[in-house]
Design a protein around this ligand. Sequence first.
Ligand code: NAP
Length: 306
Amino acid sequence: MTGATGTGPRLLLGAPIAAEIRASVEREVTAFRGKRGYAPTLAILIVGRDAPSAVYLRQILKASAKVGIEGRLVEVPGRASAAAVRQEIERLNADPQVAGIIVQMPLPKRIPLSTVIDTLDPAKDIDGLHPRNAGLMTLGYEGFTPTTAQAAVELLKRSGIEIAGKRAVVVGRSNVVGKPAALLLLRENASVTVCHSRTADLARHVKDAEIVLVAAGSPGLIRGDMLSPGVVVVDIGINVVDDALVGDVDFKSASMVASAITPVPGGVGPVTSALLLTHLVRAAQDRAYSGAGRGNGLLQPVGSRI
Ligand code: NAP
């Protein structure tokens, strides 16, 4: 028997949601181009051609082109210094054509993350890395939210999963995924517990959850025997095991217990890249229509500012 209903869990697929999001982005890009006479431009900075995320970033450029967004790939050599990376970001900051900038993560070890965070214009920081955007999100204002965290929560919402009042557990507390995911769930009125590598008895916390979001980067970390029947599982992890992509959740055993679960690949990932395009369009609109970027002075409260 599988799933709480005996018919297997509902698969929370990212592709149909991503297609819906991209279609609305395409309409907005067409309207923007009609009014302004140019397409919004997304710049992607890659450090070294064989960077692990380079393939994913090139896919984002392809997806951008399909909805009419102008893409610009900026490649600096893998051996480039932190100063050279900073200089490239400054050039993109100053370029009025560029609405949003994504910098490849993780960076080579010798380039500190602060090189990017201290340099990136928060108004162009469409993946929500800058402390200003993190602060806006934390206080319940409309900044740029880290896209993967937003994708995980958006996937739940657009799949019609009730979040308000539910006990949610987030496994992982990174600034780019776990922490913002927890804040977004809180904004949706879940009661949220955040677990991490120093959590004593992870299984006990996970067992108590009605919704589990996992972003640990540890394949098979969450197994079916740790979950409660009927739980909703969102697996954000992306790991390569024996040349195959797997998440952080042991899909087979979790499927025996969960009422709904995301596959890896095919769950959160497609929604992430589609949402990034919505951020880019918003950045372009903010710049074009108000002269200010979202991170630079436009403070829009979201709901009750939770
Ligand atoms: P990260 O910076 O390495 O953070 C991992 C987090 O998981 C940390 O908070 C860590 O705890 C916690 N953790 C690690 N092992 C654990 C364990 N055994 N028990 C409990 N907690 C544990 O990684 P990240 O950037 O957040 O990414 C997380 C995962 O999401 C990775 O697999 C990554 O590839 C994936 N990802 C997916 C997408 C997507 O679009 N789907 C996008 C970005 C990232 P400590 O804080 O105590 O170290």
